[in-house]
Design a protein around this ligand. Sequence first.
Ligand code: PLP
Length: 381
Amino acid sequence: MEEIYFDNAATTAVDDDVARLACKVMCEQYGNPSSLHSKGVEAQLLIERAKRQLLTALGAKSGKVIFTSGGTEANNLAILGGASAQKRRGSRVITTSIEHSSVIDSAEELKKQGFDVIELPPEPNGVISAEKLLALCNEDTILVSVMAANNEIGTVQPIDRIARSLKRLSPNALMHVDAVQAFGKMPLSVNSLGVDLMTVSGHKIHAPKGIGALYIADKARITPRQFGGGQQGRLRPGTESVPLIAAFGFAAQKAQQNLAENAAMVAKTKAELLGLLGGIEGIVINSPEQSCLPYVLNCSVLGYRSETLLHFLEAKGIYVSSGSACSMGAKSHVLAAMGKTPAEIDSALRISFSKYSTTEQARIFAEQIKSAMQTLRRSDR
Ligand code: PLP
């Protein structure tokens, strides 16, 4: 039975070349980058190379890259550190109600600290209205955080339109973008977007888990969340994980170099699956046609619970998600914010592709969904 892994928004398989590099650095170039001898210098050079690879992939001419343990930590650093650095200039923080939990929970923490946090809901298609968001921006606004692409439905948000007008309306505001799902999958340029802070994560682009980064533009100031050493300009102290950093830099470079080719291949797989699922009665497509990453397809199989479907598919060697991996079975706040019905939310599946996905796998998947609908008992609702 061939394995069909369609859960790439949760995590991706590590690319063989990337794994080999991580292994080589771990076993052979094991110096501490803070050591003054040649082993330390060698490790430091690997970090510098990874930073350059990331800055290039992010379309940044300059700026800092702070390596973290992943997207969650980078989002915490951006939001808590960004708001704290700007707190004398105002108190309004604007985000959306469909962000990843690491943004939502950081924003909740800011609320507890007394910040005036506003969470804008999306339009029914899952896209944030730039006009509505900009209408909330005033001189008191110090931070705006909007994701580039949504992890559950794949919607691409109008970051360019928000960033373009933000500084005029809110001169003191930092613009933060959680680009964990978008990075390496769609063109992103922090310089042309005019973004101050951007979060990225390694394990969504075929690097190992446990590595992410926060891009910080030259002029942006944030305060640290952790203390204890001089590493990474004191913004994220602690000995850097050189093998993971080197692997992330290389994975980012590969993703950037093959971005268009991979996206075109994935778009074919998604189109094939959309065509097949469209012909099955009782399947509702939740991802919009426009403004959506080719990498994510969210649908509801009405009358069948997500978890039951997921385990049926798993028994056939097919792996998908019932929502975001981090919410672990909790009801999707994204589908709820889009105004989806409880029946649609309870039966939602997130199918997410990678460069390794094929149209043949999409055909097998569609067959198995049909078989699930014939075999499983419909749920009561
Ligand atoms: N932001 C988004 C949009 C995500 O999808 C995820 C992970 O699913 C994260 C942040 C968190 O990243 P990490 O798993 O690297 O902590």
